[in-house]
Design a binder for this molecule. Structure first.
Ligand code: ATP
Length: 342
């Protein structure tokens, strides 16, 4: 059975550093919420407080109907998966997964049945007798997941579980993890600094910086409607142009020279603005704005075109067929942008 997790006003200081600053959020039952942010923003400290490995200075943590703020880690019954798989090297895969169950006084046949089911779930059926070091990194991480799942925890905690895998494997394991989490309908709190991983995996993303929550939303919301320039530049790629803003219903008119285009803004405002523009929202070869090509990178499925414009440098993605030359002046059109007071 999965439960919802509620964090309210959580704060943790280490000396002068406020690692987590008055953080509040809810992970609905059965959903996966990712804490995303740069190194040192307080993600791991938050996860460790939920796990019971760190004591908050203030705030509450609730799981289902139970306030677990004061509960010792071992009584929270949560599943954890770490970056370093933390498998016992001298035990077989089976023994690693069975470890937590054995302390629960179950019959050996019941332990064997549950362990084999958990290994099947993560695609490692029949590998129970192997020592962990004979498995690939991806397989070892799946053992760690099976070990967490076998206890049927109400909440799973993931601390950068894919960081030790190479880029290709990371993609396939993350798709498997997401499928498994959805199949089981288990509530999960996931920590990463990798924005692509967060977008691909999550029901909800909590973007953090310097201990503070910057935005909480679905992957689409934080990507399409970033709450501030930090979120706009941390998730995906944004060029930041300087523009003038004029308030309008639901956002602003952004003025670039004599051209006026509608832009999203968290709140309508007027005056000097920062305009965040995604490279996929810039169309080259047509439009009312003019830039000069500085540099073109060929990436196989697309070109990255670096432009110089009167409002600042601008990155545009282009299909590889139409390759502009450095120095060339090109018209361009911006189909979507987000504006913030500068
Ligand atoms: P990373 O991705 O690098 O792990 P993070 O977002 O998980 O970063 P935290 O590990 O939560 O960040 O750290 C947040 C802040 O708290 C940092 O400034 C860190 O140096 C500090 N910090 C964390 N743990 C301790 C500790 N035990 N003692 C002192 N300072 C700590």
């Amino acid at each position: 059975m999965s439960l919802d997790l509620e964090i309210e006003g959580l704060t943790k200081r280490f000396g002068e550093t406020t690692a987590v600053d008055n953080l509040s959020l809810t992970v609905p039952a059965g959903q996966l919420l990712t804490l995303l942010g740069p190194s040192g923003c307080g993600k791991t400290t938050t996860l460790r407080m939920v796990a019971g490995l760190e004591t908050p200075d203030s705030g509450r943590i609730r799981l289902g109907t139970q306030d677990i703020t004061e509960l010792p880690a071992y009584r929270r019954g949560l599943g954890m998966v770490f970056q370093s798989y933390a498998l016992f090297p001298h035990m077989s895969v089976f023994e690693n997964v069975a470890y937590g169950l054995k302390n629960r006084g179950l019959a050996a046949s019941e332990v064997a049945r549950r362990v084999e089911a958990a290994l099947q779930r993560v695609g490692l059926g029949g590998l129970g007798a192997r020592p962990p070091h004979t498995l690939s990194g991806g397989q070892q991480q799946r053992v760690a997941v099976a070990r967490a799942l076998v206890l049927e925890p109400p909440l799973l905690l993931f601390d950068e579980p894919l960081s030790n895998l190479d880029a290709k494997l990371r993609r396939s394991v993350r798709a498997e993890l997401r499928a498994l989490q959805q199949e089981l309908g288990i509530t999960a709190l996931y920590v990463t600094h990798d924005q692509e991983e967060a977008l691909a995996l999550s029901d909800l993303i909590a973007v953090m910086n310097a201990g503070r929550l910057q935005q909480l939303g679905t992957p689409e919301e934080v990507y399409r409607y970033p709450a501030n320039p930090f979120v706009a530049s941390f998730i995906g790629i944004s060029s930041m142009l300087s523009a003038q803003a004029e308030p309008r219903e639901g956002g602003v008119w952004a003025h670039l020279g004599g051209v006026r285009l509608p832009a999203f803004a968290p709140k309508p405002f007027g005056g000097t603005a920062l305009l965040a523009v995604r490279p996929e929202d810039v169309r080259l070869g047509e439009g009312e704005l003019l830039g000069r090509v500085r540099h073109v990178s060929y990436l196989g499925e697309r070109l990255e075109v670096h432009l110089e414009s009167p409002w600042g440098p601008l990155l545009a993605y282009q299909p590889p067929q139409a390759r502009p030359a450095p120095g060339q002046e090109v018209p361009f059109h911006i189909s979507w942008a987000a504006a913030y007071p500068a």
